[in-house]
Ligand binder design. Structure first.
Ligand SMILES: Cc1cc2nc3c(=O)[nH]c(=O)nc-3n(C[C@H](O)[C@H](O)[C@H](O)COP(=O)(O)OP(=O)(O)OC[C@H]3O[C@@H](n4cnc5c(N)ncnc54)[C@H](O)[C@@H]3O)c2cc1C
Length: 515
């Protein structure tokens, strides 16, 4: 019965697989090991430009708690069946919930969705992997706690643990999520439970307040890796500021981005602007407004610069649209607001305040995100082209004006070669920028899918040659992206993998790490 599985794990016979499934069911309960083709369908919804068969799972297992995970580890070690852990499984555009290699069992941690603790005085939380940002938001509202967190754009359905272990980003002053995590609990491949930082000590009450503990800090090795299953994570919450003043500054020309970054970087580094500054291109804003591509461009090829200009004019969208906020008291924000006004005036930008943003979908969802209010406004991007294909191309650069047009031109030329539009934004962190480009294509069109793959590949290699590495990558390109970081790093990762997971059973292939 079980052996009907579409994709048995590599080297495992149907009989062995059946035995393993029976043992897993004895641990987590029959209904929490799925092998039915129909029921596995949600895990297969990939946005990657490769056939689904490459990422076909053999089953999914849903443990509820550390002890069950430890027992699952025993079984999969015995049979040498790899498991691919996911938390809320919404890694859309970076790989979704499908495993990195065909035949892996998805370990879906959605049942572990407890908010274990929120400390309103220290402003910390301890959560399990299945907790969504929406759930945490609702909890804080229900308990009338004036605390904010930072979340990514798909926050209503995604969660802090999955986002943080993939080193995702958000839009409040706590937007560099790994930086604002504090303490992890990890089940290792041999079933041992590691608590990082102060959590390693018995009776410690500082796990969520001091990251480092004693000796090497281990948290980092459990992000963008496959060395363990993260079962708890501490995170810092931000006191809701008495005055929150989000704003958008629109600029008329693509070339303006150089001076935008030069003007804003000092404010960012000095923390006058405490959150990541997003500089979104017209074609990021347009689908979220919403504007239809078909009204401006039909036929093959990328949309023309003239059509983009027309969209700007017709819908009052800037060539670049800068989003940031002030977080403080009325007095501090009044003082800093003068600086923002002066910068906008000096650089030729038009400020849009929260009051002026009413009725604009594109602005409203951003202003909500910058105060950590979950929403799904950014999913408008998928109406631009249709067909459900999306890969994020996300190189890092220095936060310097000169980097922007250079990267944008490199990307635009390659995208246009394959008939794709430049849908991008720069996110100014403290000293770096993430240049995030959504390579949107029609997954139901095999030719576009091939082109999307070739396009990402060319983008990756062209940017790597210039020294630009990805901050994070789509599962389909994990191996290729890992290769751009050189052999020594990869060798160290392999040695760690050998030491921590000698049977190679936790997500082999994730981020290019495998034995
Ligand atoms: C329109 C749109 C906008 C987006 N905007 C953003 C954004 O602003 N910022 C951003 O960061 N992302 C963004 N994303 C990408 C993605 O959707 C989010 O990062 C999302 O938070 C990741 O999904 P998740 O939280 O469900 O993590 P999961 O999918 O559960 O996990 C991500 C990966 O981490 C690993 N993992 C997960 N849990 C564990 C665990 N417990 N132990 C070990 N390994 C684990 C797995 O390999 C998994 O595939 C966007 C996506 C879309 C479609």
């Amino acid at each position: 019965m079980v052996s009907k599985s579409k994709a048995l794990p590599k080297g495992i016979s149907a009989a062995e697989f059946d035995k393993a499934v029976r043992e897993l069911r004895a641990i987590v309960g029959d209904e929490y090991v799925i092998v039915d083709d129909d029921k596995l369908a949600p895990y297969r919804k990939i946005m990657m430009p490769v056939p689904e068969a490459q990422h076909e799972l053999s089953a999914s297992v849903m443990p509820d708690g550390v002890e069950q995970i430890q027992r699952v580890m025993k079984v999969v070690n015995k049979y040498r069946i790899p498991v691919y852990p996911i938390s809320t499984g919404k890694n859309l555009g970076y790989g979704s919930a499908a495993p990195v290699q065909r035949g892996q069992i998805v370990m879906d941690l959605r049942r572990m969705n407890r908010i274990i603790e929120v400390d309103p005085e220290l402003c910390t939380a301890l959560v399990e992997p299945g907790v969504t940002y929406q759930q945490l938001y609702d909890y804080l509202q229900e308990h009338k706690l004036p605390l904010w967190f930072s979340c990514p754009a798909p926050s209503a359905i995604a969660g802090p643990v999955g986002n943080m272990v993939d080193r995702g980003v958000g839009y409040t002053p706590y937007g560099e999520h790994f930086l604002f995590s504090c303490g992890m609990e990890v089940v290792l491949a041999d079933g041992k439970v590691l608590r990082t930082g102060m959590g390693a000590m018995e009776n410690s009450n500082t796990w969520q307040v001091f990251k480092w503990g004693y000796g090497p800090t281990l948290d980092g090795i459990f992000t963008q890796s496959n060395f363990g299953v993260v079962t708890k994570m501490g995170m810092w919450l931000m006191p809701a500021p008495p005055d929150y003043r989000p704003f958008c500054i629109q600029y008329p020309n693509e070339a303006d981005i150089t001076k935008i970054v030069e003007a804003l970087r000092p404010l960012r580094i000095a923390m006058v602007i405490p959150n990541a500054v997003v500089i979104a291109h017209t074609l990021w804003e347009a689908p979220c407004t919403p504007v239809k591509r078909a009204d401006y461009h039909t036929g093959p090829g990328a949309i023309s610069d003239e059509a983009v200009k027309k969209i700007q004019k017709d819908h009052n969208i800037g060539a670049w649209n800068v989003y940031a906020g002030l977080y403080g008291t009325k007095e501090t924000n009044d003082a800093n607001w003068k600086i923002i006004e002066a910068v906008a005036a000096a650089t030729g930008g038009k400020i849009i305040t929260q009051e002026q943003s009413k009725g604009s979908k594109a602005l409203e969802y951003r202003f909500d995100l910058m105060k950590g209010k979950p929403n799904l406004g950014e999913f408008g991007l998928y109406n631009w082209r249709g067909g459900g294909g999306s890969i994020w191309f996300a190189p890092v650069s220095q936060a310097k004006g000169a980097e922007t047009l250079k990267q944008m031109q490199m990307a635009k030329t390659i995208l246009a070669k394959y008939g794709f539009d430049y849908v991008g934004e720069f996110i100014v962190g403290w000293r770096d920028m993430h240049h995030v480009i959504d390579l949107l294509y029609d997954r139901s069109n095999p030719e576009q899918m091939q082109k999307a793959y070739a396009c990402y590949d060319e983008l990756l290699h062209t940017f790597a040659k210039e020294g630009y590495g990805m901050y994070r990558a789509n599962t389909a390109f994990a191996e290729k992206v890992a290769a751009t970081y050189g052999p020594v790093k990869r060798d160290v990762e392999k040695r760690l993998k050998k030491a921590l997971d000698p049977n190679n059973i936790i997500a082999p292939g994730r981020c290019g790490i495998s034995l």
